[in-house]
Design a protein around this ligand. Structure first.
Ligand SMILES: Cc1cc2nc3c(=O)[nH]c(=O)nc-3n(C[C@H](O)[C@H](O)[C@H](O)COP(=O)(O)O)c2cc1C
Length: 175
């Protein structure tokens, strides 16, 4: 069975909750990207927006396992201003050489996930195996569980059978 690592960045906790559910469903390992300079309040939100507008890569800390020990990596991150959240941008850029079979999960209020997938594609030089988008509301009310389970199973099966499924979108609203 292939080894899968889920790597999450979360500012307000929603992506982390989704990531915890996913690894519990699939019995995968979870690692977290943290910021060197944690943000909060209005200044923190402004910094999120500026990171997105200028595609900045803020300094991060990652003390999870070496990605090369895993067959696939699932990246889980919020959307900020219709783009990938800055700290996940930093992680992908720093680890691009070790990111071969990748799946992307975006967590958002409404829209922006396709831009995040496009950015990951640009950074790693090839499209992710699969991608999915979940709305914050679905995570908060637990409505994400079934689709998340199906997505995790599909990633595991694609890797186990070395079946190349690229790129496939699991978002009902790929807005
Ligand atoms: C600065 C900022 C910008 C955001 N921009 C968007 C956006 O463009 N589109 C969207 O659907 N949600 C947007 N959101 C909402 C978050 O993506 C959403 O609340 C997500 O669940 C947060 O994940 P987290 O709790 O893991 O940080 C934004 C949130 C913040 C803080």
């Amino acid at each position: 069975m292939s080894k899968v690592l889920a790597v999450v960045y979360s500012y307000t906790g929603t992506s982390r909750r989704l990531a915890q559910l996913l690894v519990a469903q699939q019995q995968w390992t979870l690692a977290e990207v943290r910021e060197a300079r944690p943000r909060s309040g209005v200044a923190g939100t402004s910094r999120c927006l500026l990171d997105s507008f200028f595609r900045r890569s803020p300094e991060i800390r990652y003390d999870g396992p070496n990605l090369n020990e895993f067959d696939a990596v699932v990246l889980i991150s919020p959307i900020w201003a219709y783009r990938l959240a800055g700290p996940m941008r930093s992680f992908v850029a720093a680890q691009r050489a070790s990111l071969r079979d990748v799946a992307v999960i975006s967590v958002m209020g409404e829209s922006g996930a396709p831009n995040a997938v496009a950015e990951v594609t640009r950074l790693i030089g090839h499209p992710p195996l699969m991608n999915a988008a979940f709305k914050s509301r679905e995570v908060e009310d637990g409505g994400c569980a079934g689709r998340l389970q199906a997505f995790g199973k599909a990633v595991q099966e694609a890797r186990d059978s070395s079946l190349v499924v690229r790129p496939s979108t699991w978002s009902p609203q790929a807005a």
